[in-house]
Structure formats: structure tokens, C-alpha cells
Design a protein around this ligand. Structure first.
Ligand code: TXA
Ligand code: MG
Length: 321
């Protein structure tokens, strides 16, 4: 069978990336804003387009572990085990960077974050270009990550960013970020791959960085840990069971079902019961709510147990802080 291009715009996308320009690409987590990771001018365009602070390092996307190895000064056994088990997939590994990586990518830091995305279009793009790609979430800095091509199209000028539409993202929240330069290994951002998943492969305990201890003034170990992040324009307020008395009138509610004390005029977006479906829907629902221009978005805080729910609560906490 001849090799089918996985997207009609793939050749255009590769040409643009070779020219140092930007392409938004689908991944299993959220859409990324890609540029040639080894071209500092291209990487600078990503920071400009997102208005991202220069000290917030970018994740470098690779087609496989072979593409990752030259980008780090050491590829420990842990990296090998985890990449074999979870790549392609929503796990980002932080390792000591090699001199190949431009300073801009890492915010001048000594490490680089690497991930192999589990999406046929992302993988086809990486293979066709045969170079690593930076890929922060394709949204203005601090805003909700995009989980559909339309979200990206709405955020950037078409001349600046070519968008490869790969449909809605399957996972819907960003990858787990795991630092292998810490001992024991440390999760810097929760995601669909859990501490338990990682522990069972490494056969050793791992740490989870406490999210709330990092403030905007502190050095940025992983700015995805910033308290306010992943936030829509409207204020987000979390609630349990019934709406707070002090809530404004013009609100949109995200909940499993209508809270008892909703007004007739309250708009409700029903959220799924299962964690997978909830995560896949969350950012789209926050955007949908935001587009209704409410005074506030009220989100029922899910109480269910489970590591994906922990990752969801982490994003809700940041959206609401
Ligand atoms: O799922 C994802 O990871 C998506 C898709 C597009 O791959 N990308 C993504 O990128 O979420 P971004 O830039 O929005 O978030 C990257 C996170 C940030 O919190 C950043 O601070 C952290 O990873 N990070 C990047 N490089 C790092 C490093 N060297 N050390 C620690 N944290 C790092
Ligand atoms: Mg982001």
C-alpha cells in the first residue's frame, strides 16, 4: 500500500516548518503550536505568537526515542523504560539538555522536556520533517488549552499559523510532566499517566510536586504549575452540590446535573460522569461557557477518586485561582 499523507496540508506544513514558520498540530492531549526546535528564530516566533514569558520552557516533541537521545546528555535506564511503555503517549520526560537545544527552548535552564505525541498527524509531521518540534499548547499564554482545531483558528492570524485539523483531542488535558533529574523522579504536572503507572514501571516510589507552593515570583520549575493558568476570561468558581449564595445572576454552570438551587435563567452545560469523557470535554466546555459572556462560570468540583480526576481537579483549581 502506498504511503498516504495523513493530512492534505502535511506537505505545506513541512515546508512552513523548514522556513522557520509555525504550524498548529493535533496531539492526543491538546493542540500544539509547532516550530523547528533547533531553529532559534522559529522558536522565538512561538514565544511571540503566544506572548509567553521567556522563562517558561517549551516541550520538545520527537517521533521516537531515537530522535530524543541526541537532545539530552544522558538517557538513563528510567527514560528508556518509560519511553518503551508510554511513548507515543501523554508523558513528558525532563532530562539534562544537550548543546543541540537552543537556550530559548529551555528558558536557559539546564534541562529539556521531551515527549512523543500519540497522534497519527503529529507523528507523520515529525517523521516527514525529521527534526524535533517545540509544541506548547496552541493558545495565548495562560489561557485554556485548545482541544479542537477551531479553538486554534480563533486564536491566531491565518498567515502566522497553519492549522492541521485532526479533530477533537482524545485525552483533552495536557501531558504528565515527569522530571528524571530529581531523585526520586518527580511529577511536575499531573496528567493522564499517573504516579502509579510510572511507579509500576520504574519499581520505585516517585514524588509529586505540590502545586500550590509555586507562585509567579518564584523561579519556574514548571510554569504549568503556576497557580492561575488554563483559565478562561470569565471568573471560574468551584462549588460542591449547591450553588453558593453569593453567585452573580448571569452565570454558566458546568455540572453532572443541575444543582437544586439554579435559577430558571441559569445556563447549564452538562458534564460527563466518567473521568476520560470529562477530561476530553473540560476545555471545550470552559470555552463554550466563556463565549456566553457570563459574569462567572460555576463548576461543580468532582469528588470522585482516581488519578485522572486528580489531574482534572488540578486544572480546575488553576482555572479558578
Ligand atoms: O500535552 C502537552 O504536553 C501539550 C501538547 C501540545 O504536547 N503541550 C503542552 O505544552 O502542554 P505547554 O508548553 O503548554 O506546557 C509545557 C509545560 C509547562 O508547564 C512548562 O513549564 C513545562 O512543561 N516544562 C517545559 N520544559 C520544562 C523543563 N525543562 N523543566 C520543567 N518543566 C518544563
Ligand atoms: Mg500550555
Amino acid at each position: 500500500m502506498p504511503d498516504e499523507p495523513s493530512h492534505p496540508l502535511l506537505p505545506d506544513a513541512v515546508r512552513r516548518l523548514r522556513e522557520g514558520r509555525l504550524v498548529a498540530f493535533p496531539t492526543e492531549t491538546v493542540y500544539g503550536l509547532a516550530a523547528d526546535a533547533l531553529n532559534p528564530d522559529a522558536v522565538q516566533r512561538v514565544f511571540n505568537a503566544k506572548q509567553r514569558p521567556a522563562n517558561n520552557p517549551l516541550i520538545v516533541h520527537v517521533a521516537d526515542a531515537d530522535m530524543a537521545r541526541p537532545l539530552v546528555t544522558s538517557w538513563p535506564a528510567e527514560a528508556d523504560l518509560l519511553a518503551r511503555r508510554f511513548w507515543p503517549g501523554p508523558l513528558t520526560l525532563v532530562l539534562p539538555r544537550s548543546p543541540l537545544i537552543p537556550d530559548l527552548v529551555t528558558g536557559k535552564g539546564p534541562t529539556v522536556a521531551l515527549r512523543c505525541p500519540d497522534h497519527p498527524i503529529a507523528l507523520a509531521l515529525l517523521r516527514a520533517l525529521n527534526r524535533p518540534l517545540v509544541g506548547p499548547s496552541a493558545n495565548p499564554s495562560g489561557f485554556v488549552s485548545p482541544t479542537r482545531a477551531e479553538h486554534v483558528v480563533a486564536a491566531f492570524a491565518p498567515d502566522d499559523v497553519l492549522v492541521l485539523d485532526g479533530g477533537p483531542c482524545r485525552v483533552g488535558i495536557e501531558s504528565t510532566v515527569l522530571s528524571l533529574v530529581h531523585t526520586p523522579p518527580r511529577i511536575l504536572r499531573l496528567g493522564a499517566i499517573s504516579a502509579h503507572d510510572i511507579q509500576s514501571i520504574l519499581n520505585q516510589p516517585i514524588d509529586v510536586a505540590p502545586p500550590s507552593t509555586h507562585t509567579p515570583d518564584a523561579p519556574l520549575p514548571s510554569p504549568g504549575l503556576l497557580q492561575r493558568h488554563y483559565a478562561p476570561r470569565a471568573r471560574v468558581i468551584l462549588f460542591a452540590t449547591s450553588l453558593p449564595q453569593a453567585a452573580p445572576d448571569n452565570i454558566v454552570v458546568l455540572a453532572h446535573r443541575a444543582p437544586r438551587n439554579t435559577l430558571a435563567s441559569t445556563r447549564i452545560l452538562q458534564m460527563p460522569r466518567e473521568a476520560d469523557a470529562y477530561a476530553a470535554r473540560l476545555y471545550d466546555a470552559l470555552r463554550e461557557a466563556d463565549d456566553l459572556a457570563p459574569d462567572a462560570i460555576l463548576v461543580e468540583r468532582p469528588e470522585d477518586e482516581g488519578s485522572l480526576w486528580d489531574a482534572i481537579r488540578d486544572r480546575l483549581a488553576r482555572a479558578s485561582s
